[in-house]
Design a protein around this ligand. Structure first.
Ligand SMILES: NC(=O)c1ccc[n+]([C@@H]2O[C@H](COP(=O)([O-])OP(=O)(O)OC[C@H]3O[C@@H](n4cnc5c(N)ncnc54)[C@H](O)[C@@H]3O)[C@@H](O)[C@H]2O)c1
Length: 438
């Protein structure tokens, strides 16, 4: 019987061989400075807040890993991340300057050096980064959402199939799926504790996010890249970027995806030049094939009540789920408690997803294929946006055929994004009833 290290080496080797010999023959698969053959080599692609957080989670997973490469569009973001990681994990994060890559093609240079890649750029780049990582036979942790437009979703779905064929573990950072309160509740619901789910309500109501003021020396591309949250080609709007977490819970609990979506949304609070083109509120109905309707609401309004949670009603009872509070309670229709999660003692789900991912990679096991549900829940959020922007009922099948690609012709600092500000500095914003989305 082979040792664990031998099994792991075989596993990583097989993944690489399946990735295609010709393309990979020039790729240095073993970093010259790697500490030993049983070390899992990791590359961080997108070194911002979450990328750095995911790197810390990886380092705390207990697995024998080393960070061997980093890639970011901007040098200042990479340097900041590296300093933080190095400060606490000098032994596991010691990357020479020539393995720190900057620019739009940085990912292409970092990936070949690693066994595992963490993809944590703004979601607009996820389809091309995921496709490349699968092509190169990497084990993949990627943040949600996984695309911002439908062609991007299709790219991820195709690469997800290829990842399965190559037996590449893919974990997507929809961490409620790794949170024990959710898992305990979902197990009971799947066993029939509250019957068939007929309706639900999912929310992400909170204040807004950061703004990075325009600087005179910036090209339009740099400005949008720094302020990625406010541009759909990079972010997808907050119904995709943030609310995907709650939408994914709806799809998970239904074990299905909506057949159509309709809704309404606007910009009420964030109307100025600093806020690009996205809306600040969306309210949509997700209708499933069995007739169930789940209501979804998300808004970024300062000074209003916050709510980030999910409730569902079934034919025999109901459930309340809250990620922040760790609450998961199931009742029957008379108010009798069927299950109440203790709410304490859970491993942080951001940590848990990395523990499970690196455990599988270390043991050479193929366990995770999160890309398909990640892509379909991302697509649910995108259809929500198409519904609120157009004011039309959007069918899943019609959306899936869409060729509306939001991305620029080329990725370069002097290239123009497709969306540009007017002479007043304001960006065009969708108007329901006028804007065409398919
Ligand atoms: N799971 C969660 O709860 C959670 C929480 C926060 C963020 N996220 C997700 O993580 C991703 C990153 O968000 P963030 O908050 O870290 O944003 P951020 O702006 O802090 O970081 C993004 C980083 O990616 C870099 N980048 C941009 N384009 C790049 C490219 N083409 N190649 C390489 N680097 C590039 C940026 O310069 C920046 O350093 C998003 O998809 C976001 O939705 C998930």
């Amino acid at each position: 019987m082979k040792s664990k290290n031998e099994q792991r080496r075989d596993f990583l080797k097989t993944s690489v061989m399946l990735a295609g010999g010709a393309m990979l023959s020039n790729i240095p698969l073993v970093g010259a400075y790697a500490a030993g053959d049983d070390v899992i080599k990791v590359a961080l692609i997108g070194c911002g807040g979450r990328g750095t957080g995911a790197a810390f989670d990886a380092l705390a997973s207990g697995a024998n890993i080393r960070f061997v490469a980093m890639a970011d569009a901007f040098k200042d973001r990479l340097d900041e991340s590296y300093t933080k990681l190095k400060e606490r994990h000098a032994d596991k994060v010691d990357i020479p300057e020539d393995h720190k890559f900057i620019g739009f093609d940085a990912y292409l240079k970092a990936m070949p050096l690693a066994d595992v890649v963490i993809l944590a750029t703004p979601p607009g780049f996820r389809p091309i980064h995921f496709e490349e990582a699968v092509k190169q036979g990497k084990q993949i942790f990627m943040e949600k959402p996984v695309a911002t437009d439908i062609p991007g979703v299709r790219k991820v779905l195709a690469a997800a199939q290829e990842a399965k064929r190559k037996k590449l573990n893919v974990v997507v950072g929809l961490q409620r799926r790794y949170q024990s309160s959710y898992r305990e509740a979902l197990k009971r619901i799947q066993e029939g504790a509250i019957g068939d789910i007929v309706s639900g309500q999912v929310y992400w109501n909170s204040g807004g996010v950061w703004v990075r003021p325009r600087k005179p020396e910036q090209t339009e591309m740099e400005y949008q890249m720094r302020n990625w949250y406010y541009f759909n080609w990079l972010c997808g709007d907050h119904i995709v970027e943030q609310h995907v977490h709650n939408i994914d819970v709806a799809n998970w609990i239904k074990d299905a995806y909506p057949v159509s979506i309709q809704g309404t949304g606007s910009r009420a609070w964030r109307t100025g030049k600093d806020y690009g083109e996205i809306y600040d509120n969306h309210a949509v109905e997700l209708t499933y094939a069995d007739g169930a309707v789940i209501y979804s609401q998300c808004r970024h309004f300062e000074g209003t009540s916050n709510r980030v949670d999910e409730s569902f009603q079934g034919s025999k009872g109901r459930v309340y789920l809250g990620a922040g509070s760790n609450k998961a309670t199931l009742w029957d229709h008379k108010g009798g408690v069927l299950y109440d999660h203790p709410g304490k003692g859970n491993v942080n789900p951001y940590q848990q997803e990395h523990i499970e991912f690196y455990d599988a990679v270390s043991k050479g096991e193929y366990k995770f294929d999160n890309a398909e549900y990640g892509a379909k829940s991302t697509m649910t959020g995108i259809i929500g946006r198409l519904a609120t922007y157009s004011g039309q009922v959007i069918k899943w099948e019609d959306a899936l055929a869409s060729n509306v690609d939001l991305h620029p012709e080329r990725y370069a600092w002097d290239a123009d994004p497709k969306i540009l500000p007017g002479t007043d500095g304001l960006y065009p914003v969708a108007v329901p009833g006028q804007t065409k989305v398919l």
